[in-house]
Design a protein around this ligand. Structure first.
Ligand SMILES: [Zn+2]
Ligand SMILES: [Zn+2]
Length: 648
């Protein structure tokens, strides 16, 4: 089958991954030819240490915003967060006319879009394996069943004007899958027989020799651990691992335990998977949490989120004894049926420690055989290459060393080194029958979403949070009269600073600096306010003060560099104003609005996420604005930038 579109064979197909390279997460890939864009997956990643207050990491989608008119549709390979988690956010910035995907992925995505109020922005079309869909005039996409840790996962055979591209999605070759739905390797081989121009393949386990074991191999090992438990059993796994959840439920029945499901995502996935028939178990197996205390310990199985030590997940809260309904009891057996994703290891071991300290027996670790990966190892990757026999090869879905290793595997299978490229997010790969090359870059990078889920955390905001976390914050507030003198002693607040300094002495030094600057520069700072009356230029005063105060802070705090917030208020200027010095500086009121409570729910929320790097004054109304006229606030946010905002 070939696309009906006739185009010059020299016209290259562009493949531009915006996420998923040099990382595990936020897989987002652009296919472009003849001025038509087809997207493949759009996932999210979770924050790493140092991303304070950040809940979600998304790829920079500037390229898609700028080329929104070319977007014809999206194809989704499966329902994991690193493949569909970004879609609701992107739809706020550009339209995607139609999204195709397997039924479970579409059901999970529908829930996300409803929650974000975005369901009217696109059309979701569930696709079954071996169905073919057309996207624009240039792409004809054949869905084929693969095997992975989530049910209903697919690889895609993409027919383009320059040839066939196979994107594997996430896969392993599981010949005995839990749901009996085997990998459609016949279709892979058929495409290989016809001739595959390029294989784009999952690199997650390219460093792991051998084959990834079948999901089914976990069953007897879990069974063994379940048999050993004589009190309550608490089991955690990825909520999206539908096959695993299915086995755990089956084992619960076998061991005569009722199941208490904890954690929103776990409840959500189980509900959708049961609806679609991927999980089959009687309703009577489940009990609500309120029945927990009336159920005998040996009949309890608590199935919970938190296998990755995620800060807000139920198991993490149980470990910290902050879960309202579940407390660890002596003799509980807690099973981690998941391995930590790189980056989560510390959080996971901390959780395990805390659970053990509370008296639980914790079963974890690779040697127990209670978890297998959903991604194929080297021999799986070789089988993929052998079946598809691609001319060109593009390893994706992995950190750099995994991509390198995968390319070596491909070379060992006879793909010449010059027929593959190792790329980074944002690289434009051009491929056509005469070659594959990197033809430039589009903006890549990341966008960070805050707990509010409406705000995007700019890089400078993140830097500020790091500064706050590492060095604390110093707030200095002063009121200056129109005579150019301090109305009262300035107030100083120091928070999160480890050094102990004499507050009184420090306050005296601050007062001295402000008085000195006022004495030296007072005359320059008086401006006409337009009514013919003189007024003090508060912004200019702040600029004049900033450097001296910053120097003082650094000197007094042993070269630490806390965030300095300077609040200068004019009193009595124009003779119309109350002259009460602001008793309490309100550092929070200043820090928060930037971080970012701007009403970003509107339809082009991130269109201006970049300008934050400039020193533009923020003019948005501040939620906690005080009725103090003529006062201005300067926030010295970074070493290079001073911003001013009116509080009125
Ligand atoms: Zn993935
Ligand atoms: Zn996946």
């Amino acid at each position: 089958m070939t696309s009906k579109t006739s185009t010059s064979a020299n016209n290259a197909l562009k493949i531009i991954p915006l996420g998923g390279l040099h990382e595990i997460g936020k897989n987002t890939c652009v296919f472009e030819i003849n001025d038509e864009i087809m997207l493949l997956d759009a996932g999210l990643a979770f924050p790493t240490d140092g991303m304070h207050g950040v809940n979600i990491v998304l790829p920079d989608v500037t390229y898609l915003r700028e080329n929104r008119h070319k977007i014809k549709g999206m194809i989704v390979t499966h329902g994991h967060e690193d493949h569909i988690g970004g879609i609701a956010f992107h739809l706020k910035q550009f339209d995607i006319p139609v999204i195709y995907g397997p039924r479970l992925a579409m059901a999970l995505l529908e829930g996300k879009l409803n929650e974000a109020g975005m369901s009217d922005r696109t059309e979701l079309r569930p696709v079954r394996p071996r169905e073919t869909v057309r996207v624009g005039n240039s792409f004809l996409v054949e869905y084929i069943r693969n095997t992975h840790s989530i049910a209903d996962s697919c690889s895609v055979i993409i027919h383009t004007p320059v040839g066939i591209v196979i994107h594997t999605g996430d896969f392993k070759f599981d010949h005995t899958p839990v749901d009996g739905e085997t990998f459609d390797i016949q279709k892979l081989a058929e495409a290989g027989e016809k001739g595959v121009l390029c294989l784009v393949s999952d690199s997650t386990n390219s460093e792991v020799p051998g084959h990834t074991a079948s999901e089914r191999s976990v069953f007897p090992n879990l069974d063994r651990e379940f048999s050993k438990a004589d009190k309550r059993l608490i089991v955690t796994t990825f909520s999206s691992s539908v096959h695993r959840v299915n086995m755990i439920l089956e084992l619960a029945q076998k061991h005569n335990r009722k199941v208490f499901v904890v954690g929103r995502s776990m409840l959500n996935v189980i509900a959708h998977a049961r609806d679609l028939g991927y999980i089959k178990c009687p309703e009577s197996l489940f009990l609500p949490l309120k029945s927990l205390s009336h159920t005998a310990d040996e009949n309890v199985l608590i199935l919970t989120t938190g296998s990755q030590g995620e800060p807000l997940a139920a198991l993490t809260r149980i470990a910290e004894d902050s879960h309202r309904q579940i407390k660890v009891k002596q003799g509980d057996t807690i099973v981690f049926s998941a391995n930590p994703i790189p980056g989560n290891t510390i959080a996971v071991v901390n959780t395990i420690d805390k659970l053990m300290m509370r008296g639980a027996k914790v079963i974890y670790g690779k040697d127990k055989g209670i978890h297998v990966s959903g991604h194929g190892a080297q021999e799986d990757q070789k089988l993929m290459l052998a079946l598809t026999r691609p001319k060109y090869f593009l390893p994706v879905h992995g950190e750099h060393r995994m991509l390198v290793k995968h390319s070596e595997t491909a070379q060992s299978m006879g793909v010449p080194a010059e027929n593959m490229v190792i790329i980074n997010n944002g690289d434009i790969v051009e491929v056509n029958p005469s070659g594959i090359r990197i033809a430039g870059q589009v903006p890549s990078g990341i966008e960070l979403v805050d707990a509010s889920r409406v705000g995007v955390v700019g890089r400078d905001v993140l830097k500020e949070r790091q500064q706050l976390a590492e060095d604390g914050v110093v707030t200095i507030a002063a009121t200056v009269g129109n005579n150019g003198k301090l109305v009262a002693d300035p107030t100083v607040q120091i928070r999160g600073v480890a050094q102990s300094i004499s507050q009184e002495r420090f306050q005296g030094q601050v007062k001295q600096i402000i008085s000195q600057v006022l004495a030296n520069k007072g005359a320059e700072l008086v401006v006409s306010n337009g009514n013919g009356k003189a007024a003090l230029d508060l912004d200019a005063l702040k600029v004049a003060l900033d450097q001296d105060l910053r120097r003082l802070v650094r000197r007094e705090l042993d070269k630490r560099d806390p965030m300095l917030i300077l609040l200068i208020q004019g009193a009595g200027v124009e003779g119309t104003i109350q002259s009460q010095p602001q008793a309490e500086p309100r550092p929070k009121a200043q820090v928060k609005p930037r971080a970012e409570s701007k009403p970003r729910a509107e339809s082009k929320p991130r269109a201006e996420s970049k300008p934050r790097a400039e020193s533009k004054p923020k003019a948005e109304p501040q939620p906690q604005a005080e009725p103090v006229a003529q006062a201005a606030v300067t926030e010295r946010r970074t070493r290079t930038r001073a911003t001013a905002a009116s509080v009125s």
